[in-house]
Design a protein around this ligand. Structure first.
Ligand code: 1CP
Length: 341
């Protein structure tokens, strides 16, 4: 396992080929996913080990990816502590009563491992079935979770979230501490059950200026990453539109920083702390262009990735639902062939 190209690249060791996986590699782009999910609501699927194992394995059967990612959603731990929320098809997470005052924040209790026993069970089964291929555990970062809770659902401008953060810093701090505790516990459950690495998705944190990120989010993310240090597992950190924040994302304690498609990897390498590996960063929409374009852009990313200390090939954000799975299969082969030595 420690010899896997994915874990070696995370640790900035030489690799036999550049490792590849895709954010959202499981899910709506796969017909076999749509089939198994047809009669099962999303959050029910995330609480059933049989569904979790099947859906996590689906992309591994199709593509020669170098890692699997645990099938769940970032809002699952919030559901597990009793927040009334649902994941609506075509929309995303929707929270029945948005969290906007001290009372609502106080009601967010800690996550206990027993709340998510099915996670330990599913991770254990997956580690066995993956037979040496690493499993990535994940959780949502505190800003992104706060945004869903405060806005009540997906948001373009995060206005209620920022109003709380800018206008009620003590409440914000309390909320971030609670969410960081929940996130840490959720990641620890996955690592304790055998996950080899974790990715913290603070997907929407690119909505913040560097100064606001440093003051209001970074201390909490650092707290999470520091406490994960007891596990010998690489910590990946990713957010969308974070070009201006890449240095701070690595300063928070990530071993690997995920880069979206807006910043070339050689520029990203100069923005992160020395000794940070990079993950990314083909535009997911580029997969709809002719193959020659995909190949050319991929070669460029692999070239620029050589400027970093360890490169894991990925998209710059999740696989789009209408992506042709055969394109991802071909892309995986292509990256492996181009980088094999
Ligand atoms: O009905 C369905 O099929 C639901 C669609 C779906 C799926 C398949 C959602 C709703 N979540 C997921 C699974 C999921 N979510 C995975 C596992 C799949 C894989 O990677 O192989 C992961 C890693 C996530 C993480 C997640 N959920 C993030 C972070 C990653 C990212 O894309 O930035 C975020 C922001 C969410 C919230 C969420 N859940 C679902 C949707 C549609 C959204 C985004 C809503 C929005 O735009 O705000």
């Amino acid at each position: 396992m420690h010899d896997s190209p994915f874990l070696r690249a995370c640790r900035r060791l030489p690799v036999s080929r550049t490792p590849v996986w895709f954010m959202r590699q499981a899910g709506r782009s796969l017909p076999e996913y749509r089939r198994v999910r047809a009669d099962v609501p999303m959050l029910e699927a995330c609480a059933r080990p049989d569904m979790i194992v099947e859906i996590t394995m689906q992309p591994v059967r199709r593509y020669d990816v170098d890692a699997a990612i645990y099938f769940s959603d970032i809002v699952l731990p919030l559901k597990a502590i009793g927040v009334d929320l649902d994941i609506r098809s075509g929309v995303g997470p929707v929270v029945a009563e948005p969290v906007r005052d001290a009372d609502a924040i106080t009601r967010l209790r800690d996550l206990e491992p027993d709340d998510v026993g099915y996670v330990s069970e599913a991770v254990g089964q997956l580690v066995e079935e993956l037979d040496g291929r690493p499993l990535i555990g994940f959780a949502g970062g505190p800003f992104t979770l706060a945004s869903y809770l405060i806005e009540g659902g997906p948001s373009k401008n995060h206005e209620h979230t920022k109003a709380l953060m800018y206008g009620a810093p003590k409440l914000w701090d309390d909320l971030m501490r609670r969410l960081s505790g929940i996130t840490l516990e959720f990641l620890k459950v996955q690592l304790a059950a055998g996950a080899s690495a974790v990715q913290l998705f603070d997907s929407w944190v690119g909505a913040l200026s560097a100064a606001d990120y440093r003051a209001s989010v970074l201390p909490h993310t650092s707290w999470i990453f520091e406490r994960l240090g007891e596990f010998d597992a690489p910590r990946i950190h990713f957010g969308v539109g974070t070009g201006e924040l890449l240095g701070l994302l690595s300063e928070a304690g990530a071993d690997v920083v995920g880069v979206d498609w807006r910043v070339p990897l050689d520029s990203a390498a100069q923005r992160v702390q020395p000794g940070t590996a990079l993950q990314g960063n083909l535009d997911p929409a580029a997969l709809f262009a002719p193959w020659e374009v995909i190949a050319e852009r991929t070669r460029d990313i692999l070239d620029r990735g050589r400027a970093s200390d360890g490169h894991i090939f990925n998209l710059g954000h999740g696989v789009l639902p209408t992506t042709d799975p055969d394109t991802l299969a071909r892309l995986t082969e292509f990256v492996h062939e181009e980088t094999r030595h």
